[in-house]
Structure formats: structure tokens, C-alpha cells
Design a protein around this ligand. Structure first.
Ligand SMILES: *Cc1c(COP(=O)(O)O)cnc(C)c1O
Length: 420
């Protein structure tokens, strides 16, 4: 498709007119810049607010106001079962059955929680393979986890690094490091997309390599959820966690997601930390001794559904359901390719470090500036381009296909030309 791209308003406008998903844009609130919608390329950090959120929150407020405790059963969306509102749509996005996913807590909390089940190290098998330069919260989580179990992070955490002079990881280097750990490997835990480079890893190959050594494979899908459709069940991924406030537009602090493969989730004896929300509803209110986990990921639920931390996600997922993540991904591949094409038209003191193969990335392109990256980012922000900067030297641009258009990408380029 790239060859057909043109850096003109006529081209971008025509592409928008052919875009069957273009109508979703008007269903979001945009930050304003100089009296106009800003160019928002930061959906990989915090998704925009769907216009339907205010009414969705109002609904829960009214039900609380009018029914109080009876809302658990009688609210329009009964709060007792609120977390099930997401199962079908998230299951489709993740390539799982609805029972293999659930929504609760937040990402790092869920990571700690699920690692109680999937990291039960022994003297022999205790190592964790992760990517060098993982998101800091994941690094902190794993460092403290292995310490808690009495291991030295320098020994227990094995980081896969890019080769000398390279910025991305090669799949064979990841799978080699995994194989080298042999019986000492307990777990592989990686971000599905690296937050800094935007590289989308070969999840099935890495998961299979982990299993070959007898280790579990878990994924942090913060930058993948709502961005790239997955097949977690068929890939035999053991577990995955994600947050809901990036591409999923669930709002700041929205409840996060959890996937547990049914081969574990359907085993009530699988070790875990329990709470009453993970107990079978049939016996939950008998208030008896003896935890009986629900089947599936819901068996890891702990506490009462956080309705107000889920309500925006519910409104947003209704749009994802309508649009279809497959169609969004198709648009996203083209939209990001258009951004890449336009960046190629301007001489900027930077390089695109995200893989140039569209199958190895999501919506995001990361631009590495050897110098002045921060200052250029500040100028972009002042010019109404909302994107973010990550040390060292990277400006991340993510045209989310649900609310970004070809015209936005072109307008971005026109502004950029004045900065370069
Ligand atoms: C955004 C992000 C997080 C955030 O974790 P929270 O617990 O939701 O604050 C964690 N991991 C990765 C890879 C992320 O990109």
C-alpha cells in the first residue's frame, strides 16, 4: 500500500472518506489547542475519553442513589456481576474464551498476584528471563519478587539484551537465552510490545521456547491490549496482564485485565491467593469456611468489583465491539505506515527505532534523537502535537486507529516540517 501514499491534503482526505471506521473519531473528547482539537498521538499512554462515558457514570450514580445496596442485583448493570461485562469483548481481543479473562485491580497489582501462582521457585528452578529495558514497574515487581523468595536478582533475573549496536531484540537471541537456562528457568515474563522501542515480540515462539524448558510463559500486554489482536489460548500462553487506560481508553487508574489459560484456570487446586470475589457465587454469601474458586480467570478475583474504575472501560469496549479489533488493526497498519511514509519525507535528526516490518509493531513509532530529543518534544507539545518523551532520547508517536485520521497524520507532518 505504501507506494500509493501521497503527502497531500487531497490524499489524506480521500483516505479518510474511504475509512469505514472514521466515524468513531467524533465519539471522543479531544484536548484543545488554539481552539482546535489537538493531534493526539498518546493513546499508548492514556487513551481519550469516549463521549459515552459521562452517561455511563451517571447511570451507576443513579442506581447507587436510587437502590443503594440493592444495586448489586438490581442495577441496570448488576454490580455483583460487573466484571463479566468485559469477558466477551476482551476474550475476542485476546483470542481466548470469555472465561479465560477477567478485569480487576491494576496491572502491577495483578502481576504480583498472578506471580503467586506462577512463580513458585525451588532451589533448582528459580530463574526468570525478561527483556532488558523492560517497563520499570515490571522490573521493580520482579526484582522485589525474587528477593522476597530469598534470591539475588543478579542471579535470578536473566535479561535478554540487543546485540552490540542494535536497539531491538532478535527472536532467536531471546529463545537461545531461554534454552540456555534449561532446568533453572521458572518463568519467562516479557512485555508483548516493548514500551520504549515499540517492538512487538514473537509471542508464540517465545512462549513455546519457555515451555520447552518446563517454564511458564507470562506476558505484560499493556501496549498490546486494544492494539493488536492476539491468540493467547492457541499460543498456550500461561497468563497475561494488561492495563485498561492505554489503547483501551478505560481512563486513569481503570481496572486492569488478567488472562489465565484454561488448563490452569479450570484446575481448582492450582495454587493462588483467594478472596471472596473469586469464590463461587453460589456459596459466596453463605459466609462459610473453605474457598471454592470460580472456574477460569475469575477464580483469581479477590475483592468487590470496582464499578467506578470499570465504567469507562465498559463504554469504550462497546465501541471496540462495534468496530472490531481486526478492522482496527487493519486501519492501524495503514495509518502507521502513512506516518512512517511522511516521516521519510522530512529530514529530522532522528531515526525510527521501531521495527520497519509492520507485523513486528503496533500503532506506535519511536523516534530516537541522539540529541535534543527533549527540546524537540517540548516544541511539538507547544505546537499542539500531544505525544510523549521517554529517556533516553525517544519521542513516541501512536496514532490510535479508533480516533486518529489520515488527516491528523498529515497535519502532524505539516507541523513537524516547521520544527525540523
Ligand atoms: C503502562 C505499563 C504498566 C503500568 O502499570 P500499572 O500498574 O497500571 O501502573 C506496566 N507495564 C507496562 C509494560 C506498561 O507499559
Amino acid at each position: 500500500m505504501n507506494t500509493a501514499f501521497e503527502p497531500t491534503i487531497a490524499f489524506a482526505t480521500a483516505r479518510d472518506q474511504q475509512d469505514g471506521l472514521a466515524g468513531f473519531k467524533s465519539r471522543f473528547h479531544f484536548p484543545q489547542h488554539a481552539g482546535k482539537d489537538a493531534i493526539y498521538f498518546c493513546g499508548n499512554s492514556l487513551g481519550l475519553q469516549p463521549r459515552s462515558v459521562a452517561a455511563a457514570i451517571q447511570q451507576e450514580l443513579e442506581d447507587w442513589q436510587n437502590m443503594a445496596v440493592e444495586g448489586y442485583f438490581r442495577a441496570k448493570n448488576p454490580w455483583l456481576f460487573y466484571q463479566y461485562n468485559f469477558s466477551e469483548t476482551l476474550g475476542e481481543m485476546m483470542g481466548s474464551s470469555p472465561d479465560e479473562v477477567t478485569v480487576m485491580n491494576t496491572l502491577t497489582v495483578n502481576l504480583h498476584l498472578i506471580l503467586q501462582s506462577f512463580y513458585r521457585p525451588t532451589k533448582e528452578r528459580y530463574r526468570i528471563v525478561m527483556e532488558a529495558g523492560a517497563f520499570p514497574s515490571d522490573q521493580y515487581a520482579l526484582e522485589t519478587l525474587v528477593r522476597l523468595h530469598g534470591f539475588d536478582p543478579d542471579d535470578a533475573l536473566v535479561e535478554v539484551k540487543p546485540r552490540e549496536g542494535e536497539k531491538l531484540l532478535r527472536t532467536e537471541d531471546i529463545t537461545d537465552v531461554i534454552a540456555q537456562q534449561g532446568n533453572s528457568l521458572a518463568l519467562v515474563l516479557m512485555g508483548g510490545i516493548n514500551y520504549y522501542t515499540g517492538q512487538f515480540y514473537d509471542m508464540p515462539a517465545i512462549t513455546a521456547a519457555a515451555h520447552k524448558t518446563g517454564a511458564y510463559a507470562g506476558w505484560d500486554l499493556a501496549h498490546v491490549a486494544g492494539n493488536i489482536p492476539l491468540q493467547l489460548h492457541d499460543w498456550k500462553v500461561d497468563f497475561a496482564v494488561w492495563c485498561s487506560y492505554k489503547y483501551l481508553n478505560g481512563g486513569p487508574g481503570a481496572a486492569g485485565g488478567l488472562f489465565v489459560h484454561e488448563k490452569h484456570g479450570n484446575d481448582p487446586a492450582f495454587p493462588r491467593l483467594g478472596g471472596w470475589w473469586g469464590n463461587d457465587e453460589k456459596t459466596r454469601f453463605r459466609m462459610e469456611k473453605g474457598f471454592i474458586p470460580k472456574a477460569g480467570a475469575a477464580g483469581w478475583q479477590i475483592s468487590t468489583a470496582q464499578v467506578f474504575n470499570m465504567v469507562a472501560l465498559k463504554a469504550s469496549l462497546e465501541m471496540f465491539k462495534e468496530a472490531g479489533l481486526g478492522a482496527l488493526r487493519k486501519k492501524s497498519l495503514d495509518l502507521t505506515a502513512y506516518l512512517e511514509f511522511l516521516l521519510g519525507q522530512t529530514s529530522l535528526p532522528c531515526e525510527i527505532i521501531t521495527p520497519r516490518n509492520p507485523e513486528e509493531r503496533g500503532a506506535q513509532l519511536s523516534l530516537f534523537f541522539p540529541k535534543d530529543g527533549k527540546a524537540i518534544h517540548t516544541r511539538m507539545m507547544e505546537s499542539g502535537i500531544i505525544c510523549d518523551y521517554r529517556e533516553p532520547g525517544v519521542i513516541r508517536l501512536a496514532p490510535a486507529p479508533l480516533y486518529c485520521s489520515y488527516s491528523d497524520v498529515l497535519r502532524f507532518h505539516d507541523v513537524l516540517k516547521t520544527l525540523a
